[in-house]
Write a protein that binds this ligand. Structure first.
Ligand SMILES: C[S@@+](CC[C@H](N)C(=O)[O-])C[C@H]1O[C@@H](n2cnc3c(N)ncnc32)[C@H](O)[C@@H]1O
Length: 231
């Protein structure tokens, strides 16, 4: 449970220490994945780790890819909120085929935190320019970018239905905003995947509150992620 400690998270968060520790975990996980998973996907994860600053472990990246691939044949589009430098978005791009993908970020870093977040993050942490991410993902078809705070930036997609939505927004209000927007727009069997559920109190609280009156059960994964399958 030490990984959940806000003082530890503040100390390690956002800088060299965070990247080094995630990098070490990722290297170990890549050794494991390399022993039994599709070598194309393992090589892809290694490549993205070299190309971008990345805040997910190798197993987490693998899950983003495999869920996007599984949902690629369904009716419905895909979305990610919390794109940063485009690492997890690239995993989705590699898996989605021609399915449209909608990417949302302030591209100015995190909005202000709420009391539920436990003072782990700083406002504007994880800023990255929209142009840099557009360039990084320019080789993939049907990818759209929306700069601004979500859900205020969601207007252009409010009429759509989604088969896969990935949330990596770190904060209580942002996670709740994602759940409130996407839940009614997911197709039956649509998957919502979130990073950081088991380690960030704001993310966990948002899911717990949101699910109080919903029939779906939360699926907690062995990584920091959780997922919901829309009934
Ligand atoms: C941890 S980073 C995402 C990491 C990314 N998925 C990757 O592959 O490295 C969190 C991102 O969430 C974005 N974010 C958080 N809340 C947001 C909101 N309400 N609207 C738009 N972007 C938000 C921040 O700007 C930041 O880029």
């Amino acid at each position: 449970m030490w990984l959940r400690n806000p003082r530890f998270q503040r100390w390690i968060g956002g800088g060299v220490l965070e990247r080094t520790s995630i990098g070490l975990v990722a290297q170990l996980e890549l050794l494991g994945l390399g022993g039994h998973k599709d070598s194309h996907v393992v090589r892809l994860i290694r490549r993205v780790r070299r190309e971008r600053r990345w805040l997910v472990t190798a197993n987490e990246a693998y899950l983003v890819h495999t869920l996007a691939r599984a949902q690629g044949n369904r009716d419905g589009q895909m979305a990610e909120v919390g794109t940063y430098q485009g690492g997890t978005a690239k995993m989705i791009c590699e898996a989605k085929g021609d399915t449209p993908l909608h990417l949302f970020d302030t591209f100015e870093g995190l909005p202000a935190a709420a009391a539920q977040d436990g003072r782990v993050h700083r406002a504007n942490q994880y800023a990255c320019s929209l142009e840099s991410v557009q360039k990084y993902l320019s080789g993939y078809p049907n990818v759209s970018f929306y700069k601004g705070r979500f859900p205020e930036s969601s207007g252009p997609v409010e009429h759509l239905r989604f088969s896969f939505a990935h949330f990596d927004v770190d904060l209580y209000e942002s996670t709740l905003g994602c759940l409130e927007f996407f839940y009614p727009r997911m197709i039956p069997g649509g998957i919502m995947l979130s990073h950081d559920y088991s380690i960030l109190s704001g993310v966990r609280t948002a899911f717990e509150e949101f699910l109080r009156d919903k029939p779906e059960g939360l699926i907690e994964l062995p990584t920091t992620q959780c997922m919901l399958v829309k009934l």
